[in-house]
Design a protein around this ligand. Structure first.
Ligand code: HEM
Length: 419
């Protein structure tokens, strides 16, 4: 028996144990296995056999504590899902670069994610109680270029999944760069999220190593009544001009179609770690801050407008003949001319303490697009060339992944690709 064979046997045995343990745990947790019902608004929720009113106090977002998001479906969850309050992004690498191991990773993650997202313990869950509050948990799986390379499948890389070039304003640290696998785990309850992350990483521990982890959060409170966007650490209303899930614009901008068939209904994610130079930003007055972005700080209205949802009028001039939204304002330079050029911005704030006495905080800028060649790359190039905002931000990490489509019950993500 070769070392490799031995390793495989160890892995299989471990999964066997996990499975056996899982059965025991499923039994132990029998009292908390919950039934599905559909809420009046159509949201899928988990109904408990016995009322436990105290649960609503356990989660910070009590209203969503028992809400579940389906793992199975045409698309993976976590992209068109309304943003959960917490998200952790992980980059993982295969320990031994075989297609068989890649396939095992996808099977295990899919199985664990489906259970945990439904509010049930994962196989071999060592803390099954922590699975009881799904709080809109979602797990999204991505594949990096290196995975296709290591497993001899570069011919399967879709043309719309190119490498993202470096830009002149980047100051990239390799520690945040692309890996074989990507996981985005999000929930309204940070403990649920931490549990799901731990169970999945543990279940994969003989197959993968964790290269990086980026925890993020966002305000669950919209900045304006009835709005979707919340504020970032600079105080800006962030996320106003974004494709609306379920709209034709969203379908065009985000979901891949056509060729190759196995990847249709997926998307491409670009995960940029953007450090905000907050101390520098704080030195400016409100008017200057608003000119840099092109929107007001109080309610996020575009300059020249009154309310957040007012159209961004790039052509309006002030009394001295200058554009009301300055020529180098962030929204002007970033603006997409067509649905094809749009991206879905689903960023989370990170706050990682201090480096040499300077705060290390900013955005984990996750952008989803059907084709970065027509959206993200030209957009980021324009921003690097002309955006006034560059002085107050530095991109320190960049990774990109193909997010395969969702799968049907009983199947797993990207099944057949590595099998
Ligand atoms: C720390 C980094 C960034 C911050 C704080 C930031 C903040 C903002 C804010 C406050 C707005 C206006 C409100 C809205 O429509 O959401 C905005 C708009 C936008 N941003 Fe950013 N942004 C950042 C980086 C980026 C990057 C890297 C890209 C793309 C490569 C980008 C693309 C856009 C787009 C497409 C819009 C909408 C423009 C339009 O009105 O059509 N942003 N951003």
């Amino acid at each position: 028996m070769t070392d490799h064979d031995e390793a495989k046997v160890r892995r299989v045995s471990r999964r066997g144990l996990l499975t056996a343990g899982g059965a025991a745990f499923a039994g132990a947790a029998g009292g908390v296995v919950l039934g599905r019902v559909t809420a009046p608004d159509g949201a899928s929720v988990v109904a408990e056999p016995t009322p436990r009113p105290e649960l609503s106090h356990v989660s910070p977002a009590g209203a969503s504590a028992q809400q579940t998001i389906d793992f199975y479906g045409v698309h993976q969850a976590g992209v068109d899902t309304p943003e959960q309050t917490y998200a952790t992004f992980l980059g993982l690498n295969l320990i031994s670069a075989t297609a068989q191991d890649a396939d095992s990773v996808l099977r295990i993650v899919s199985d664990d994610a489906a259970r945990l997202m439904a509010g049930r313990p994962s196989l071999g869950d060592t803390e099954p109680e922590l699975a009881e509050i799904p709080a809109r948990l979602s797990v999204t799986v991505g594949l990096g270029h290196s995975l296709f390379e290591k497993t001899g499948r570069t011919d399967r890389i879709p043309a719309y999944f190119p490498a993202i070039p470096a830009f002149s304003t980047d100051d990239l640290d390799d520690r945040w760069s692309s890996t074989d696998f990507y996981l985005q785990i999000a929930s309204d309850d940070p403990l649920t999220l931490a549990h799901a992350q731990r169970m999945i990483v543990k279940a994969l521990s003989t197959l993968t190593t964790v290269s990086w982890v980026q925890p993020g959060f966002r305000s669950p409170t919209p900045a304006n009544e009835g709005g979707r966007a919340s504020r970032n650490l600079m105080g800006q209303v962030d996320g106003t001009v974004n494709p609306l899930p379920g709209s034709a614009q969203f379908d065009t901008a985000v979901w891949t179609g056509g060729d190759p068939a196995w990847a249709a209904g997926g998307t491409v994610v670009i995960v940029r770690r953007i450090r905000m130079l907050l101390d520098e930003w704080d030195r400016m007055d409100v008017a200057a801050k608003e000119m840099v972005i092109g929107r007001r700080l109080d309610n996020g209205a575009p300059l020249g407008g009154e309310a957040e949802d007012d159209p961004v009028r790039l052509d309006v001039l002030d009394e001295s003949g200058l554009p009301v939204i300055p020529s180098s304002a962030h929204v002007r330079i970033a603006h997409a001319e067509s649905d094809e050029e749009m991206i879905l911005r689903r960023p989370y704030t990170y706050d990682a303490g201090f480096i040499d006495g300077v705060q290390d905080a900013g955005l984990i800028f996750a952008a989803y697009t059907a084709d970065p060649r027509r959206s993200f790359i030209p957009m980021q190039q324009r921003l690097a060339d002309k955006d006034a905002f560059n002085r107050w931000n530095t991109t320190i990490g960049s990774a990109t992944y193909l997010i395969p489509p969702g799968c049907a019950e009983g199947d797993y993500i990207a099944s057949g690709l590595f099998a």
